[in-house]
Design a protein around this ligand. Structure first.
Ligand code: PLP
Length: 569
């Protein structure tokens, strides 16, 4: 390694990593570090951010590697009809992170492309630190096209994506080497970074056994069609002779390079992100052992100020040890309801500021916010407009939506427009808003300020889902399709409510759809509204359960410890 060019900063970085300078490298295409650092698009990035935040709290020797995404994902604007336009969301890494004095070189299409890294430090109040390395190719030494490789998160075409994955996987390993990190385990958060396994093969004289012993793969994608795949002519052209062609085909698939397959074949430890998805993936990946480590959210990050104050008073130490939240019963109901009232007020103030619409704090308020894309079915709640209208007239109902659609996701964009049409159609009976530019800050306001968190994905597409866990930390009740984490968290009428059949029930798609509709409207009308409006004690009990049963478990401290004992050690 290039010891000669180390200056003090790089030394410090490695020293804070671990006394022995060995540890875990966590690779992720996206990572949510801060609300206004646009290096994330959705749940995958938020998970990566929560992972490093827990690693810092727990002093796990971990270094994260991602791309700098200077031009970000995008800022969402919505017209009065719900048409999305994408505005740039550039950020200047030199203002928020520190450039490191090392370079790595990767070969792309036979050109040497220089890679540098910005260091963003995630520091815990407990004294732990996790360095996050944000890779950047925007250097004068590089050709103009290559300078843009790390600009756009999930932008460009397939070839652009491949070049990003070269920088992330191969460039990432080389930057870590250049900085003197000694990595015991390489953790791939999704298949985007799978090329790192080829770089490790190259470093280790094609010793696959050794490479496998170093690699951990976490899969989030439950459909074959969504795996990253590249045609071999493109691979051969872009990668050149990194490793022999037959070796790539041996591990990455005969017809095309499938990043999921590559990661599966070169990792000794593979896991899905919920028990349900672990179970399901045995059929998706026959012959592979897929463990399950259910996702969690960073408790301190996702608990709003009002609940933090309560937990600090009644359950000191909860942020370090979220399982203390099981003792939520020591907090009087009255105070829980009051904390929620304050959180709701914050959200409704934000709604007023963003839209000019005055919502009523007494009215049952449903929240739905996540990436706007087909399988998340944001408009399932509108499958029977007349029934929804009747329920709203009888009880009173408000709904708050948010979510960006990927610029190329036409279905997602159409769904936002459909929601706007329903908002117009139902405006005399239900106050509804769609808030622009969903990000970490807006998410926190929403998951703490609504009364019910709605989640209606198409099973088995939601590998885990995490926003419902954030809601649980704030005593907000989940009303969700039984997919991903909710299969584990759900106890009917105790922790929340289910929509549609259990995954073990054998139903046709039509029966499923029908049962989902019945549950949505029947439970809303006969269970949820009556509890909210008429039986506040029962409601408060369920809020307590949400915190005591769900938040105490579905947090990233529990998840991180699981990764340490099951995968890292
Ligand atoms: C938590 C979060 C998500 C993930 O939400 P899911 O409902 O799990 O898909 C996506 N985007 C942002 C901004 C978030 O904070």
């Amino acid at each position: 390694m290039i010891f000669g060019v180390w200056n003090g900063d790089a030394m410090m970085l490695v020293n804070s990593f671990d006394r022995n300078r060995t540890g875990i490298a966590y690779f992720s295409m996206e990572i949510a570090l801060d609300s206004d650092i646009p290096t994330y698009a959705g749940g995958l990035g938020v998970l990566a951010g929560d992972t490093v935040r827990s690693a810092a709290d727990l002093k796990v020797p971990l270094v994260a590697v991602s791309l700098v995404s200077r031009k970000g994902y995008f800022t969402q604007k919505l017209s009065a009809k719900g048409e999305q336009t994408e505005l740039p969301s550039d950020w200047d890494p030199s203002k928020r992170a520190e450039e490191l004095p090392v370079r790595a070189t990767v070969k792309i299409e036979d050109r040497d492309v220089q890679v540098r890294a910005f260091h963003y430090q995630v520091s815990s109040p407990k004294g732990g630190n996790v360095p996050v390395l944000l890779l950047d190719t925007d250097l004068v030494e590089n050709q103009p096209g290559d300078r843009e490789i790390t600009h756009y998160l999930y932008g460009g075409d397939l070839e652009y994506r491949l070049k990003q994955e070269v920088v992330l996987g191969i460039g990432g390993v080389r930057i870590l080497n250049a900085l003197g990190f000694r990595i015991r385990r390489y953790h791939m958060n999704e298949g985007h970074s799978a090329l790192l396994s080829l770089e490790l093969l190259r470093e280790n004289q094609l010793d696959a056994k050794r490479v496998k012993s170093m690699c951990i793969f976490t899969t989030h994608t439950p459909v074959e069609a969504a795996f990253d795949k590249f045609e071999y002519p493109m691979i051969d052209r872009v990668l050149g002779d990194l490793v022999p062609k037959d070796v790539i085909r041996q591990y990455g698939g005969g017809e095309r390079l499938n990043m999921t397959l590559l990661a599966l074949n070169l990792s000794d430890y593979v896991n899905g992100v919920s028990r349900r998805y672990g179970e399901y993936s045995t059929s998706l990946f026959p012959g592979y052992k897929v463990h399950a480590i259910t996702n969690g959210v960073h408790s301190f990050t996702w608990t709003c100020a009002h609940f933090k104050r309560l937990y600090d008073r009644y359950l000191p130490g909860w942020a370090d040890e979220p399982s203390f939240l099981t003792r939520v019963g020591t907090i009087p109901d009255k105070e829980i309801l009051e904390a929620h009232r304050e959180a709701k007020e914050d959200l409704l103030t934000c709604v007023r500021t963003m839209t000019g619409i005055e919502m009523d704090p007494r009215v049952l308020t449903i929240g739905f916010a996540r990436r706007a894309t087909g399988y998340k079915r944001p408009n399932l709640i509108f499958s029977d407009v007349d029934r929804l209208r009747k329920i709203a007239r009888r009880w009173g109902l408000q709904i708050i939506f948010a979510g960006k659609s990927h610029p190329k996701d036409e279905t997602g964009k159409l769904m936002i427009k459909q929601i706007f049409r329903y908002m117009e159609e139902l405006k005399d009976d239900i106050k509804m808003v769609y808030l622009e530019n969903y990000d970490l800050a807006l998410s926190k306001l929403m998951v703490s300020g609504v009364d019910v968190w709605l989640n209606t994905p198409q099973p088995p597409m939601e590998a885990s889902g995490t926003s419902g866990m954030k809601a649980a930390h704030n005593g907000v009740l989940n009303f969700s399709v039984l997919d991903g984490w909710w299969v584990e968290g759900w106890i009917e009428n105790v922790t929340g409510w289910a929509i549609g059949p259990h995954p073990h029930e054998n139903v046709t798609p039509e029966e499923r759809k029908q049962q989902e509709k019945e549950d949505l409207y029947n439970k809303l009308n006969y269970i949820i509204c009556p509890a909210y409006y008429d039986r506040v004690d029962d409601w408060a009990d369920m809020m307590q359960n949400s915190i005591g049963i769900l938040a105490s478990y579905f947090n990233s401290h529990r998840m991180m410890r699981r990764y340490v004992t099951d995968a890292y050690l």
